[in-house]
Design a binder for this molecule. Structure first.
Ligand code: GZL
Length: 311
């Protein structure tokens, strides 16, 4: 948003530039890289001073980044918490320093609701439900008969998307497919391609009869595809795959018939974040959870949708 000095009319001649301290999880996936670009571009567009740090998926790095923003007396702190627990102490320090905190993407478990103002991010439990509903369509389209033997590649252990996507998927599975679906193996691939490749190779050793993969993100699915092919199996045919995120490489794999369906998780949160940061800085009340809009895509939509993908 353009700085509107004309209407401010204050004696200081225009509002002070907002300084935002942002602690990012890391650079573990295509989703994360797109999320970082969105935050940086939107801060520039808004004319804010952005202090940005990449925690390499380590909570202790996020905590020290937040502490440094407090010491620098930034106007607002925003971060995507790598895991849900262990934030109360540092958030209490931010509260004591009267610096409002905004969560983006992932949430935290906290005993004190006043420790953050709002969450700008997706409903991961719903993404898990959507993935299970999508899998039912994929299984039917593929004409898969008998027990659906599912391998689950989980996201980072303790992270909100990993906990909640698993929960949402299981909710639908227990309700609609208790007798014919079974999660035969489940393990974290830490949201990375390398993790997905390594864990899927182990899955295929221990459970060669897997016929479905549910991956918590496209990057792990893309890594898993390499192991599936190395085992002489056809991803998208011998092993049906449903994934979450909707990054460009996920859509490429889907257009090649290697992924059967993708539940979109929108990383382009930058503009919504900057809008909330301004409101919070100016003491306006904001909703407790500002949810992102996102869709679901099956294989037959991949080719048409690919050119539209922005991340
Ligand atoms: C979801 C986000 C997850 C993505 C992964 O909002 O936290 O983290 O699904 C990313 O790709 O690593």
């Amino acid at each position: 948003a353009k700085k509107d000095d004309s209407s401010s009319g204050s004696s200081s001649g225009g509002s002070k530039t907002i300084t935002l301290g942002f602690s990012q999880v890391g650079a573990e996936s295509g989703w994360r890289s797109a999320n970082t670009t969105s935050v940086k571009d939107a801060a520039k567009e808004a004319g804010y001073t952005l202090k940005f740090s990449d925690a390499q998926q380590k909570q202790e790095n996020q905590i020290s980044a937040i502490r440094s923003y407090i010491a620098q007396k930034v106007d607002v702190i925003a971060f995507s918490p790598v895991v849900v627990t262990g934030w109360d102490a540092v958030l209490k320090e931010a509260k004591a320093a009267k610096i409002p905190v905004v969560l983006t993407d992932r949430s935290v478990e906290t005993s004190d609701d006043s420790l953050y103002v709002t969450l700008v991010g997706s409903d991961f439990t719903d993404e898990g439900r959507r993935a299970a509903k999508m899998l039912a369509t994929v299984v039917e389209k593929a004409g898969l008969k008998g027990t659906v033997k599912i391998a689950q590649l989980e996201g980072t252990t303790g992270a909100a998307p990993a906990i909640e996507r698993a929960k949402g998927f299981k909710e639908v599975m227990d309700a609609d497919h208790a007798d014919d679906w079974k999660i035969v193996v489940s393990q974290t691939g830490d949201f990375t391609r390398a993790g997905g490749k390594q864990v899927m190779a182990a899955f295929l050793q221990s459970n060669p009869d897997i016929n479905v993969l549910f991956a918590h993100n496209d990057d792990m699915a893309i890594g898993a595809i390499q192991s599936i092919e190395a085992a002489g199996k056809k991803p998208g045919k011998d092993i049906l795959i449903v994934s979450i995120d909707g990054v460009k490489d996920g859509f490429v794999a889907m257009s090649e018939g290697k992924i059967n369906g993708i539940v979109e998780c929108n990383p382009l949160l930058g503009p919504q974040l900057m809008d909330v940061v301004k409101k919070v800085h100016e003491g306006e009340t904001v909703e407790r959870w500002i949810k992102t809009k996102e869709g679901d895509y099956l294989q037959d939509q991949a080719k048409a949708e690919l050119p539209n993908r922005k991340y």
